[in-house]
Design a protein around this ligand. Structure first.
Ligand SMILES: Cc1cc2nc3c(=O)[nH]c(=O)nc-3n(C[C@H](O)[C@H](O)[C@H](O)COP(=O)(O)O)c2cc1C
Length: 180
């Protein structure tokens, strides 16, 4: 178990009643080498402790990740006045687990993967066509990103001095206290 996981879980528990406690900022590198960032939902951990994110494989981020799969994730816990930053590498889950994740989604959530292509020009008729089937087969657009975490940076705002720690994964996790 990575040493930072219990700290993260404790911050999550304190804010569990807010939907926003699972909103994280995923940063990628654009195909023009400039930064991109967007909010996504944290969907849990895989068995080998990769961070899981559901997404639409037609969205821009997939071109960016094919170009460079290094990512950073920023996760703010406002009650704990605490920020975690995760560095890692993203891969796309092609395992059978994908179907299990899809089945956990509500029918309304599933329908989002049949929306018109993200980021393309808005056409009103396309939006009217969106159907809410009672039982939807797994969409070809549904993708799960698995982020293998290689470094974690935690900052806790405290008086009189903030606390900052960093964990780097070598063979095992190495913890270092660093200046805030
Ligand atoms: C609260 C919130 C949660 C979101 N959750 C997700 C998510 O889980 N997965 C996702 O791909 N996009 C999610 N989005 C949309 C993304 O922020 C973004 O607009 C979309 O993924 C397209 O990004 P891209 O063009 O950089 O690929 C969410 C947006 C908000 C505001």
């Amino acid at each position: 178990m990575p040493p930072w996981l219990s700290l993260l879980s404790s911050a999550q528990r304190k804010e569990a009643k807010f939907d926003s406690s699972n909103w994280i900022q995923l940063a990628t590198i654009g195909t023009d080498n400039t930064p991109r960032v967007r909010t996504v939902v944290f969907r849990g951990w895989s068995k080998s402790l990769e961070m899981l994110i559901y997404s639409d494989n037609r969205s821009q981020k997939f071109d960016e990740l094919a170009f460079n799969n290094n990512v950073e994730i920023c996760w703010l816990f406002f009650k704990s006045k605490c920020q975690f930053r995760f560095r890692g590498m993203s891969t796309i889950d092609l395992s059978k687990e994908k179907l299990r994740h899809w089945d956990k989604l509500s029918e309304k959530s599933k329908s989002m993967w049949n929306w018109p292509c993200p980021g393309k020009h808005f056409v009103i008729d396309q939006l009217n066509d969106i159907s809410f089937n009672a039982k939807q087969d797994i969409s070809n657009n549904f993708a799960i990103l698995k982020i293998e975490i290689t470094q974690v940076d935690q900052l806790v705002l405290r008086k009189p001095v903030h606390i900052r720690r960093r964990w780097i994964r070598k063979n095992e996790w190495i913890e270092e206290r660093i200046n805030p």
